[in-house]
Design a protein. Structure first.
Length: 411
């Protein structure tokens, strides 16, 4: 079961709370957008209906004006025919008047009346034509308005559908993320509870083990047995072993030259720089406070703060410091120390390794292995004769070396 700290669970809870708040805000915003789009749609529908009614009325008015013009033209035609007949009758009367002495005043009066009727009919036709032209213009305006209202209605309908679809998609995605986060939180809680239960069940055994191994005497029987097994391993594996004192000193700073690995194992293809943690050292707590000229002060401070915040356990914090110390020793290669002179540089692969006592502070040992795995440094673990050996890839940082130990200028 993966280790999950209380701090990680709390961070997940805070993240889920933020996701929930974001989802609620998004839902409220979507509802407001949908409501606004629906209002616009209702307004567009109302305008479209009203414009359609106005167009129908204008079309009916144009048809009526056209009918009235036809009626006026028919009346003008009839008046003109009647005038023609009256003029013919007056001409006949005038023609026979010298013979029989007829009085043509009646015919003259009829012609005058028909002429007046024709004039009125012509005026009526002119008015009807003007009314028809006005009706046509009004109908064309209402037709254009009706078309624009329909286009606005189509756009409002499309907008409402788009808002609803986009809101539904966004809310569905947000809900999926929220559910995923809740599932991870529940999984993290279950892992944390399982870890706490397992740790509680083994607390008595761990207490006895720690009480028996803490404050072991330096160079006591435990340390001597450990040293014997560590130094025996290279010979069994066909490797040449060099002690710390075999390294070449670089520069003239004696204090810095002591910051080097505890030993070196060499074969034809691999050089492994060893870091030995004897039982007397490994049984005690790792120093998390800094000191003057501490080369890994930043790593100590960060590990200590993460432990205080509950983000990592004490064993995890100590594992980070152990790894940083070994990296610091290795990073000083070529700056304050170097390989023994007799070693031939054949392009061997370089590795780092921890040798720690098995059965003492096993939680810390597992934390070291896990940290190296998280850092992708490919740890290889072997357990034999009471020694846990952890071999892994180095992590050389040339910029760090140059900044910490700049080369001295020649006088």
């Amino acid at each position: 079961m993966a280790y999950v700290s209380v701090g990680q669970v709390e961070n997940l809870e805070e993240a889920i709370s933020g996701l929930q708040s974001a989802y609620d805000s998004m839902e409220s915003a979507c509802q407001a957008q949908i409501a606004a789009a629906e209002v616009k749609l209702a307004e567009a529908q109302q305008e479209a209906d009203h414009s359609a009614q106005l167009f129908e009325s204008a079309l009916a008015a144009e048809m009526k004006a056209g009918q009235q013009l036809e009626q006026a033209r028919a009346l003008l035609y009839s008046s003109r025919v009647q005038l023609g007949l009256a003029v013919a009758a007056l001409g006949g009367c005038i023609a026979v008047s010298p013979i029989n002495g007829s009085d043509c005043s009646a015919q003259e009066a009829e012609v005058a009346a028909d002429q007046s009727a024709v004039a009125e009919a012509e005026s009526a036709v002119s008015v009807a034509e003007e009314v028809l032209e006005m009706a046509k213009d009004h109908r064309m305006q209402m037709e254009q308005r009706n078309e624009m209202a329909r286009q606005c209605l189509d756009m409002a309908t499309q907008l409402a559908e788009t808002v609803q679809n986009e809101c539904a998609t966004r809310l569905a995605n947000a809900a999926a993320h929220l559910e995923t986060g809740k599932a991870r939180l529940e999984s993290a809680k279950a892992a944390l509870n399982g870890y706490l239960e397992a740790k509680s069940s083994s607390s008595a055994e761990n207490t006895i083990s720690k009480s028996q191994t803490k404050n072991l005497p330096s160079n006591g029987p435990e340390d001597q047995a450990f040293d014997k097994q560590v130094q025996k391993r290279p010979e069994e594996c066909g490797e040449k072993y060099y002690k710390e004192t075999s390294f070449e000193k670089v520069g003239d700073d004696k204090r810095k030259s002591t910051s080097r690995p505890d030993g070196l194992s060499v074969n034809d293809t691999i050089k492994t720089y060893e870091e030995d943690k004897r039982p007397s050292e490994y049984s005690n707590d790792v120093m998390t406070t800094t000191y003057a000229n501490d080369p890994i002060a930043d790593q100590r401070i960060k590990a200590r703060e993460e432990m205080k915040q509950g983000e990592i356990s004490k064993d995890e914090a100590e594992s980070k410091i152990y790894i940083a110390e070994h990296d610091d020793h290795y990073e000083k290669k070529g700056v304050v120390w170097d390989d023994p002179k007799e070693i031939k540089q054949n392009g061997q692969t370089e590795k780092l390794a921890f040798n720690v006592p098995e059965g003492i502070r096993p939680e810390r040992t597992e934390a070291i292995i896990k940290q190296l795995e998280d850092d992708e440094r490919n740890p290889v673990v072997t357990r034999k004769d009471g020694v846990v050996r952890i071999s892994y890839d180095p992590k050389r940082i040339d910029a760090f070396i140059d900044a910490t130990y700049p080369p001295k200028k020649e006088k």
